[in-house]
Design a protein around this ligand. Structure first.
Ligand SMILES: Nc1nc2c(ncn2[C@@H]2O[C@H](COP(=O)(O)OP(=O)(O)OP(=O)(O)O)[C@@H](O)[C@H]2O)c(=O)[nH]1
Ligand SMILES: [Mg+2]
Length: 229
């Protein structure tokens, strides 16, 4: 796949990714230059927390690993025989490990804007981690696998209920039937404003485009809410 595609343009004019998105934690200006200054030796001017969620085996760990510019932190454990009755591996039979706490990665989307990526565990028995991981998040990428689309319902519900901006990214596994973003939107009963994109979680450029789309979507929602108040 060449690139990530979206069928949803967020309503309004989304603030450019070149601007500092609202909701970011800025650090105060420092003497001697700014984050775009090559002499800058400080940390990033803004740090944003992003969640990568979705059902079991949707490709969360793969996505965090493919876009991260640091060596990603992983908490993978072997899928055990004991877990077989509860670990539904249909569609991802080759899967040997699962995330038991979280994935962590980082990418500078542009000078001065760092994204900290937190991949959630996919299995129901690790739900207790989600609230902690979601605290302070700007938004979330919900990965979906069309062979097991219903698996991403709990993630969609989770972010809807908490008012956390999210988009749905269909991870197009090799050899699977292709569906259009509109078909996926209908199947998930999503609001028209929620971006639905197609991606290959193994491709760094796809992952970056997802993150840009998410930051812009979150900024557009905040912009609209501010205009209303
Ligand atoms: N063909 C293909 N395989 C993929 C893709 N993304 C992930 N995989 C493979 O699918 C399996 C699942 O990927 P993971 O990234 O571990 O999935 P996960 O969502 O983190 O899984 P859990 O943490 O167990 O919920 C792995 O074997 C990956 O190599 C993809 O886009 N295409
Ligand atoms: Mg994982």
């Amino acid at each position: 796949m060449d690139s990530v595609r979206s069928d949803a343009t967020p309503p309004g004019t989304p603030p450019s990714i070149q601007g500092t998105p609202p909701g970011t934690q800025g650090t105060p200006p420092r003497p001697g230059g700014s984050a775009s200054d090559p002499r800058w030796r400080g940390g990033p001017a803004a740090a944003v927390k992003i969640l990568v969620a979705g059902g079991f085996g949707a490709g969360k760990t793969t996505l965090v690993g493919s876009v991260s510019e640091i060596r990603p932190l992983r908490t993978e454990e072997e899928l055990s025989e004991l877990g077989r009755p509860v670990d539904d591996t249909s569609g991802v039979e080759a899967k040997r490990t699962t995330t038991v706490a979280m994935d962590f990665g980082r990418i500078d989307l542009r000078p001065g804007l760092a994204l900290y990526l937190f991949g959630t565990p996919g299995q129901d028995r690790f739900w207790f981690v989600w609230d902690e991981l979601a605290r302070g998040a700007l938004g979330a990428v919900v990965l979906a696998d069309t062979r097991r689309l219903a698996d991403c319902f709990p993630s969609v519900d989770f972010f809807e209920q908490r008012g956390i901006p999210f988009l749905v990214a269909v991870n197009c596994f090799d050899g699977t039937e292709r569906f259009s973003p509109d078909e996926v939107r209908d199947a998930l009963d999503l609001d028209p404003e929620i971006p639905v994109l197609l991606c290959d979680a193994r491709l760094r450029e796809d992952g970056k485009e997802l993150l840009v789309a998410l930051v812009e979507h979150a900024a557009a929602l905040r912009h609209r809410a501010a205009a209303r108040s």
